[in-house]
Write a protein that binds this ligand. Structure first.
Ligand code: PMP
Ligand code: GLN
Length: 398
């Protein structure tokens, strides 16, 4: 349900008379997110939820123990605004090693309450009314509302179907003097597409000699398959100088409910980011930051992640081969997309609802990731699940 304005019956005076307030919505076309809608439907119909992106397997108990220990050790008061110094140090060590970067823990990293918050803060740090932002669709659901709430204008570019490549020529054509930011997401939600060196070269060529700032959403940095390398903006000093790079501990450590992440940027951009952050969240959960700082040196936890999730993707793909769905191969993220154009004329939303109600399996229709609801007859499946869950979904499906 969307609302153009909120009508509030407000207590007016001591005689309990009421006055109607009419407050225009800042996001008049926005209703509940598709993840909320489909998860509610999954619960209502006791369906296997392959919709919203969250693992159903346990996180490492050692990390949970470290949180309990931090709480017992009295680490329960405010952390510093930019994040626990030890956590920022460990993160700098990690990214400097794996991305051959030169990140400074004091000036370049801020711990945030999740990746979405980091994205919101980065966009809000830069955007002014009338600014244009290049957004590739299908797009993660928070980008466009965040642009719009800042009075800026999303300039939509569809990734080419079915490979979901960036059409660089169109990007070139759509850059204007008002282009303030470009949003990049690799590995990509919902398609699992991954940026290549050619993409990086194109991006570099387009932004050099401009004031364009890049928002790089890299929450799936370690969920990358088929021997591909994650091409983080952190690898390219010229791009990093104009980038906010956003990450999520939830994705890396199988704890999406923790809502903890971080943003890395250049000192100048990060200083501006922190001005907003200090008056919004101010700081993040202290015991979890202590625990993560102590857990971060355990490299195998993130270096093995790609191969563990790739096995799940491959298992799910094999199951799906026995169905009429056609795979659009994913190379990263929690997700793989499947086309059903060859066996149904239903809209993707109709099919997603019907699969939940009749087959007990919940997916996400890809049209939800397009502002104008483009429907290529594709559903997104989350394979970050126990094999037993994926197998169950297969039985339901056919
Ligand atoms: N970006 C993308 C592409 C995502 O899929 C998600 C996950 N939900 C996020 C950002 C946000 O991560 P978090 O849950 O840490 O806010
Ligand atoms: N990122 C998750 C997904 O794409 C959902 C997060 C949310 O529900 N906001 O499924």
């Amino acid at each position: 349900m969307t609302e153009k304005c909120y009508t509030i019956a407000s207590s007016f005076n001591s005689k309990s008379q009421f006055m109607e307030l009419s407050i225009p919505s800042k996001l008049p076309t926005v209703g509940n997110s598709i993840f909320t809608e489909m998860s509610q439907l999954a619960t209502e119909y006791s369906a296997v939820n392959l919709g919203q992106g969250f693992p159903d397997f346990s996180m490492d108990a050692a990390l949970i123990d470290l949180v309990s220990k931090a709480m017992r050790d009295d680490c329960n008061q405010y952390a510093p605004m930019s994040g626990l110094p030890l956590l920022r140090e460990k993160l700098a060590e990690k990214v400097n090693q794996i991305y051959n970067a030169n990140i400074h823990p004091d000036s370049d990293i801020t711990i945030t309450p999740g990746g979405t918050y980091a994205i919101y803060t980065a966009l809000t740090t830069i955007l002014r009314p009338g600014d244009e932002v290049i957004v590739f669709e299908p797009a993660y659901d928070s980008y466009i509302p965040t642009i719009e709430v800042n009075g800026a204008i999303p300039v939509l570019i569809s990734l080419s179907y079915p490979n979901y490549f960036i059409p660089w020529e169109e990007v070139h054509q759509k850059i204007t003097s008002k282009t303030s930011m470009i949003i990049i997401n690799t590995p990509h939600n919902p398609t699992g597409a991954v940026l290549t060196e050619t993409d990086i070269m194109q991006l570099r060529k387009l932004v050099e000699a401009t004031n364009i700032v890049i928002l790089s959403d890299e929450v799936y940095e370690h969920l990358i398959y088929d021997g591909l390398a994650h091409l983080s903006m952190l690898r390219y000093p010229d791009l990093l100088a104009r980038s906010f790079v956003c990450f999520s501990f939830g994705k890396t450590y199988h704890c999406t409910g923790w809502k903890l992440g971080y943003c890395i940027s250049s000192p100048t951009l990060m200083k501006a980011f922190r001005k907003l952050h200090q008056f919004n969240a101010f700081s993040c959960d202290t015991p979890k930051q202590v625990a993560l700082a102590n857990y971060l040196p355990n490299q195998s936890a993130y270096l093995n992640l790609g191969s563990i999730l790739q096995q799940k993707r491959d298992y799910f793909r094999t199951l799906m081969q026995a169905t009429p769905f056609q795979c659009i191969p994913s190379h990263g993220s929690y997700f793989e997309c499947y086309s059903y154009a060859q066996f149904s004329t239903e809209t993707d939303t109709e099919l997603a609802i019907r699969l939940t109600k009749e087959y007990g399996i919940t997916t996400i229709p890809l049209s939800a990731f397009y502002k104008n609801g483009i429907d290529n007859k594709v559903l997104r499946f989350c394979f970050a699940k126990k094999e037993s869950t994926l197998a169950l979904a297969k039985c339901f499906l056919f």
